[in-house]
Design a protein around this ligand. Structure first.
Ligand SMILES: Cc1cc2nc3c(=O)[nH]c(=O)nc-3n(C[C@H](O)[C@H](O)[C@H](O)COP(=O)(O)O)c2cc1C
Length: 196
């Protein structure tokens, strides 16, 4: 399958739902707010993700505007601060790494990744763009979001909004702002035993 959008020159080698190929993380965000329904649908999708023993260790804290948003923006590293403040919403993602009995939740990161992907695919379905960002002040995120350090680990932030045009980003970013490719499937999936 080939996607015809010039920004998404991706080709799938096997039959797959187009949504997997069409989702990509643009840095360009349009100056347009999200509705409460759109925001609700993103977290709705995220919270149906599977998790070990159904512990649902993911946690999302978000900001759209006002003083909260200023605080969220201040967490971005230099590179991400060049585009992510334009996104309608920033989401801080945390994984709960210990349960109420103090026992480690071994699959917390894996589970939280599943929830992020659900959110990203739902966003794409409703015409929105997401970009996850590890480049944030991971420690300061606890205080900004009011999340306890002893139970959670900061994973990343996500910029969410309407996809923008090339004019919405710095011209130096435009060249790299397209859907990138992947390794061949034969490099990541093996029958029987790994032979990399
Ligand atoms: C956990 C995580 C952290 C990331 N951190 C950053 C980041 O700090 N800055 C950035 O511009 N992109 C970041 N990205 C975006 C990746 O570079 C991007 O997802 C990857 O190149 C694949 O491209 P695609 O999402 O368009 O398919 C991050 C993605 C993930 C999943």
């Amino acid at each position: 399958m080939t996607v015809t959008d010039p920004k998404t020159p991706r080709v799938a080698s096997s039959s797959v739902e187009p949504m997997f190929v069409e989702r990509w993380s643009s840095k360009a965000f349009a100056d347009k707010a999200l509705s409460d329904d759109q925001i609700a649908s993103l977290f709705e999708a995220a919270h149906w993700a599977p998790s070990g023993s159904n512990r649902q260790p993911w946690l999302f804290v978000y900001a759209t505007d006002g003083p909260d948003r200023e605080k969220f923006n201040s967490l971005l590293n230099e590179g991400n601060a060049r585009y992510a403040p334009n996104a309608a919403m920033l989401v801080l993602v945390f994984a709960r790494i210990v349960d109420d009995e103090g026992k480690k939740i071994r699959t917390a990161h894996f589970d939280t990744g599943a929830a992020w992907m659900s959110l990203a695919l739902q966003a794409n379905r409703i015409g929105l763009n997401t970009r996850a960002m590890g480049g944030i002040d991971l420690d300061a995120a606890y205080d900004v979001a009011g999340v306890p350090r002893d139970k959670f680990e900061t994973i990343c932030a996500i910029a969410v909004g309407y996809r923008g045009a090339d004019d919405d980003i710095h011209e130096r970013m435009v060249k790299q702002n397209f859907a990138n490719d992947r390794k061949d499937v034969s490099e990541i999936a093996f029958k029987g035993s790994y032979s990399g």
